[in-house]
Design a protein around this ligand. Structure first.
Ligand code: DLL
Length: 434
């Protein structure tokens, strides 16, 4: 069966494929990966106990910590001579982790990206500007291979050097842009400021690697005159393309012939009913070099049980709001930075830009919660008197959504540092203070 037809396979046949692949993955991992074997032995489980996806929940979880404990290659299931490439992720905290791919793994990865690109209308006639970072980060090389696979012309510019990015986009006739949404927004702002939109041929954007709101999507689409699609993934499971949106822009299809998603309660580890919000967990079905079994992503989201109008049978996931590690606890209330972005863009119009920074501190035993939001150039120039009014509107919007008050400060245009990769939205100075 070729991989394109697998996207539309009926659920029953898909389950049969998953069963066979799961049994094989468990067996291989048990034989070849010490960490997994020990964990199975601890709970008295052997590979023969796993007959199909209905037995998935019997299997032990795996964690980011395992990658650190077995750094660099201790979790690989293939000898290094079969490992064609490694990538690594520094993460926001702690020691970096290393992941590996065989030639077949790289092929499967390119295939996942190509599926999404084809679906959203990328063809061999397109010029795909890859503005994700190339290097140990999975973004650049991952998306690159998918675009090459469908025969598009790839512009492997990597991230950074914004003036050069824009010039290249114009001169080389880029029609597709791939980057983080925050970098796309930065590029869009610069293009608008320089009045260069008319010289662009862009029509499609593929953005991911960090949470972004529907409001942000709208803003990027309008500013660049494109359709923007969400792509999800994580290094531990593969990289970009574990899931991606179709043309309906309503949730990302998880490529279930390669990955099984589960949503669990992060505290108890119990599997939650379909549609509930919880922690996303992945099991890989075809990866050779670095199989993952019930890997705890820390990403909080839900799966979408309804069928997609595009006809694909593979389940969709909602945009993750953020990682549970990114969740802030402010005066006892749980807050995701992405919720703040949503409010900012919803309650205000052209007064502000989606550039913001959250600053947390602790004074006299109480958390302080400040948000700096950049004004737009136009608002800054025309309407300096309305600043207080806008600050008040945003503060009220945040209070009604989050349930706590923040001090909102409108700051000068371009005063918050731009990111060329994932944006740094939070400065938390509370560590060690009472
Ligand atoms: O960010 C892989 C990637 C590259 C995905 C390019 C998409 C595009 P890591 O650096 O390991 O890998 O970070 C993975 O980023 O667990 C999520 O928390 C977050 N993330 C990735 N894509 C999305 C998305 C890459 N579309 C972590 N929406 C994941 C929200 C995302 N969060």
């Amino acid at each position: 069966m070729n991989s394109a037809s697998l996207e539309y396979t009926d659920r029953e046949s898909l389950k049969a494929i998953q069963d066979e692949r799961l049994i094989n993955t468990v067996k291989r991992s048990y034989e070849r990966v010490e960490c997994f074997r020990l964990r199975m032995q601890e709970i008295g489980l052997i590979p023969d106990d796993i007959h199909g996806t209905e037995d998935l929940a019997k299997l032990p979880f795996s964690y980011k910590k395992d990658l650190r404990d077995y750094y660099p290659y201790g979790l690989f299931a293939e000898p290094m001579e079969n490992v064609a490439r490694v990538h690594a992720s520094s993460g926001t905290t702690g020691k970096r982790i290393v992941v590996g791919y065989t030639k077949n793994d790289l092929e499967m990865w390119a295939d996942c990206i190509a599926r999404m690109m084809r679906e959203v209308g990328v063809t061999e006639k397109d010029f795909v500007q890859v503005s994700f970072g190339y290097g140990l980060f999975t973004g650049g090389f991952g998306v690159h291979a998918g675009a090459e696979k469908i025969g598009a012309t790839v512009i492997p510019i990597s991230s950074g050097n914004t003036a050069n990015q824009i010039q290249t986009m114009i001169d080389f006739g880029a029609t597709v842009l791939c980057s983080t949404p925050s970098y796309a927004m930065y590029l869009a702002e610069e293009i608008e400021r320089l009045g260069l939109k008319d010289q662009l041929k862009l029509r499609i954007g593929i953005f991911g690697a960090e949470p972004w709101s529907e409001e942000m999507r709208g803003k990027i689409e309008r500013t660049l005159g494109i359709k923007a699609y969400d792509i999800y993934g994580l290094s531990e499971v593969m990289g970009p393309g574990v899931a991606g949106e179709c043309r309906f822009q309503n949730g990302m299809h998880v490529w279930e012939d390669n990955f099984i998603p589960e949503i669990i309660d992060p505290d108890t580890g119990d599997v939650l009913p379909l549609g509930a919000t919880g922690e996303l967990v992945f099991t890989s079905l075809t990866k050779e070099a670095f199989p993952v079994i019930r890997y705890r992503t820390r990403d909080i989201c839900s799966l979408i049980p309804e069928k997609c109008p595009c006809g694909r049978t593979h389940i969709r996931m909602h945009k993750p709001q953020g990682r549970s590690d990114d969740m802030l606890i402010i005066r006892g209330v749980n807050v995701f930075p992405s919720q703040i972005e949503e409010v900012l863009l919803k309650v205000s119009g052209k007064e502000i830009t989606p550039n913001y920074q959250i600053i947390l501190d602790r004074v006299n035993n109480t958390d302080t919660f400040d948000i700096n939001v950049e004004m737009s150039d136009a608002f800054f120039a025309d309407d300096i008197k309305s600043i207080e009014k806008t600050e008040k509107t945003i503060t009220e919007g945040l209070r009604s959504t989050l349930g706590i008050g923040a001090k909102v400060h409108l700051v000068n245009p371009k005063s918050i540092v731009r990111s060329e990769g994932k944006a740094k939205r939070v400065i938390d100075n509370r560590q060690g203070k009472i």
